[in-house]
Design a protein around this ligand. Structure first.
Ligand SMILES: [Zn+2]
Length: 284
């Protein structure tokens, strides 16, 4: 009887150990690659760039609960730190979910602009970044970079200056970044409109372009697509959203440059897994 009890304990300990090892090995396997996850947060944007224990979160969608659940799936369970949180612009479908991130994770840097929009959530985020010890509050504009490793870098290419307080359309105050992973280039433009897209210093070899403003026809026109010639276009959009995003004209524009289209409302979370400078796409 006594021996049987000991065997049960040993077997139980072995099973728990095997499960823990399996989870840790699975999560460690993510460390060898750079991952770019367009999180399915409904109508809004949230993009997580990660390599090892480093993470950069660009926007947070509208809902903290949805965002935290998505982050939980993408980040190792022991990692409660995000290196950089970027608020491209202060519209609720980009920043409201970030409140939960500041409550549940430690954040090293908060990148934003001085875009003129005064909502209580935006105020709370900025106050937290200013007052909380350990968070560096950064006004982002062209020239700012985050080096992830010798092969991987995130560059801010817009706004051109630190002061966007007189921007008429808040979408045109969006922080625009290019992520370089070897020769692969990802473009993230918030909700920028075609007026500014035409002025950006971008090349004609974009690997993955996030369609700005969820595929609204105010963005991603033919001229910009001809200039960037993306291989893939990702549209972050909610199912049956009331705005009619993405606009069919935008879809036609994208197809006219032979780019593949992936959409969070149809594909769920879209994850690019990049190892040895080559990226493959997966849906989770
Ligand atoms: Zn938006």
């Amino acid at each position: 009887m006594k021996y049987r009890k000991i065997i049960y304990i040993v077997v139980s300990v072995c099973i728990v150990f095997a499960i823990v090892c399996g989870v840790v090995l699975y999560q460690m396997s993510h460390f060898a690659e750079t991952r770019v996850a367009f999180l399915d947060v409904g109508q809004g944007d949230a993009i997580l760039i990660s390599r090892g224990s480093q993470q950069i979160l660009i926007d947070g969608g509208r809902d903290s609960t949805i965002l935290l659940e998505q982050l939980g799936r993408q980040m190792p369970f022991w990692d409660r730190n995000i290196d950089i949180v970027i608020a491209t612009h202060p519209d609720s479908d980009h920043i409201d979910g970030l409140i939960g991130v500041f409550k549940n994770y430690s954040v090293d840097q908060f990148w934003h602009t001085n875009a003129p929009k005064d909502t209580s959530i935006y105020r709370t985020l900025r106050d937290q970044a200013k007052n909380e010890i350990g968070i560096e509050d950064v006004i982002a504009y062209s020239g700012l970079s985050a080096v992830i490793d010798s092969n991987t870098k995130l560059d801010v290419v817009y706004p051109f200056t630190s002061d966007v307080s007189d921007t008429g359309d808040i979408n045109d105050a969006s922080i625009v970044t290019l992520l370089h992973i070897g020769d692969e280039i990802f473009y993230f433009g918030g909700d920028l409109t075609s007026d500014i897209e035409g002025k950006l210093p971008v090349s004609d070899d974009i690997t993955v372009l996030k369609a700005s403003h969820h595929g609204s026809k105010s963005s991603t026109d033919n001229t910009f697509l001809q200039k960037t010639l993306p291989r893939d276009v990702v549209i972050s959009v909610g199912e049956n959203n009331r705005y009619g995003h993405p606009h069919k004209e935008v879809i036609e524009n994208i197809l006219s440059v032979d780019a593949q289209i992936f959409r969070t409302d149809k594909n769920g979370t879209i994850v690019y897994k990049c190892a040895e400078e080559k990226c493959r796409v997966d849906f989770e």
